[in-house]
Design a protein around this ligand. Structure first.
Ligand code: PLP
Length: 386
């Protein structure tokens, strides 16, 4: 029977227990599995290599992204590190976006410095710079779209085509969209990676990652390396991740609707200087986003008119917007990139990347949108009066 996305998210793994007829799959915590007899192993022998709870969530995420299989890991970073470890040797080149997730930037840079592989950071929307980087015959081209925190868009189909002409493996970080809003494999990418810590789990209570691929040989290599270096996720986290995925689609829809309501409100606010959200006609990449995404998502950024005192006052008045890093949970989070997620960058580098000290990023949750708007209104009122 064919299954659409919503059915995959809900139905995978149900009713597979023959002993008790459990509807929901149990959590298999055992680290080891007995042999049927001498030299007769079962499907599972040790939970680092394979675990029935992890198997279900791996299969589910692979189906959601349209891949042949996946490996669920202990974090988004270990998922990215796994791909690099499996496919890059000393001297090999990875091309990555100059404005990629800070943790990815630090990983690629530190491995480059150690000589594990070479990284070239490039603005993938700059055709000349991209061409020059691709001329180095990279083994991997890493894409991340939309980017953080300015929601810059990269054309996955176009970059994949160019990268494939040079024989590169295309990896797309789909964390900001989830498979509900963007399917990189269908657009030409070979491998998709997620921080499951964000939308896939959606409840801000685990750290996990996943690598999904379309090619069985690559899946075999990734599974072998994941067991070899020991980055597979535990049974309990795998269970929580599966539980989170059950509501992925309604969560994404509600959060996206709320984001659109906030955008409409923010557009009327005199204290708001500039809004970054791919649905806006003037947003750079709006047309590409419209073409390759099934929605504009629930991440947005905006610049406030005013100095740091005004920003501090504004943030201190908010009740339903928690000042915290991370994203993709049911609760709304607000972040000041210059002092939080992007504090590791020099002021000069932040300026080049377009991240001003008056920029705020919101991960919109699924609270009542009117409550969120009232909260913002009050904070704007207090900030204006001071
Ligand atoms: C959070 C994040 C990561 C890293 O994932 P962790 O689960 O925190 O290790 C990678 N890429 C993007 C886009 C992220 O937002």
């Amino acid at each position: 029977m064919t299954k659409k996305t919503a059915t995959i998210a809900i139905h995978n793994g149900l009713n597979e227990d023959s002993q008790f007829g459990c509807v929901v799959p149990p959590i298999y915590l055992s680290s080891t599995y007995n042999f049927v007899g001498f030299d007769k192993p079962r499907e599972h022998d040790y939970s680092r290599r394979g675990n029935p709870t992890r198997d279900i969530v791996q299969k589910t995420i692979a189906e959601l992204e349209g891949g042949v299989g996946s490996v669920v890991t202990s974090s988004g970073m270990s998922a990215i590190h796994l791909i690099c470890t499996a496919f890059l040797s000393p001297g090999d080149v990875i091309v990555a976006p100059h404005d990629c997730y800070g943790g990815s930037y630090r990983l690629f840079n530190s491995q480059h410095e150690k000589g594990a592989y070479r990284v070239i950071f490039v603005d993938q929307n700059n055709d000349e710079a991209l061409k020059e980087a691709l001329a180095q015959q990279p083994k991997i081209v890493f894409i991340e779209t939309p980017s953080n925190p300015l929601l810059r868009i990269t054309d996955i189909e176009k970059v994949s085509k160019l990268a494939h002409q040079q024989g590169a493996i295309v990896v797309a970080d789909n964390t900001f969209m989830s498979p509900v809003l963007q399917k990189p494999l269908a657009l030409g990418a070979d491998i998709v990676v997620h921080s499951c810590t964000k939308y896939l789990n959606g409840h801000s209570d685990i750290v996990a990652g996943v690598v999904i691929c379309q090619c069985r040989k690559q899946l075999e290599d990734l599974s072998w390396w994941a067991n070899n270096i020991g980055v597979t996720s535990g049974a309990f986290d795998s269970y929580l991740l599966l539980r989170g995925i059950r509501t992925l689609i309604p969560r994404i829809r509600l959060a996206q609707d709320n984001a659109q309501a906030l955008i409409q409100y923010l557009q009327t606010q005199p204290l708001v200087e500039k809004i970054y959200y791919p649905a806006l006609e003037y947003h750079i990449g709006h047309h590409i986003a419209k073409k390759q995404q099934q929605g504009f998502g629930a991440m947005l950024s905006f610049e406030l008119k005013g100095d740091i005192t005004l920003i501090k006052t504004f943030l201190s008045q908010l009740t339903f917007f928690t000042l915290a890093e991370s994203l993709g949970g049911v609760e709304t989070l607000i972040c000041h990139p210059a002092t939080m997620t992007h504090a590791g960058m020099s002021e000069e580098a932040r300026k080049t990347a377009g991240i001003s000290s008056s920029l705020l990023r919101i991960s919109v949750g699924i609270e009542d949108s009117q409550d969120l708007i009232n909260d913002l209104r009050n904070a704007f009122d207090v900030a204006t009066k001071r």
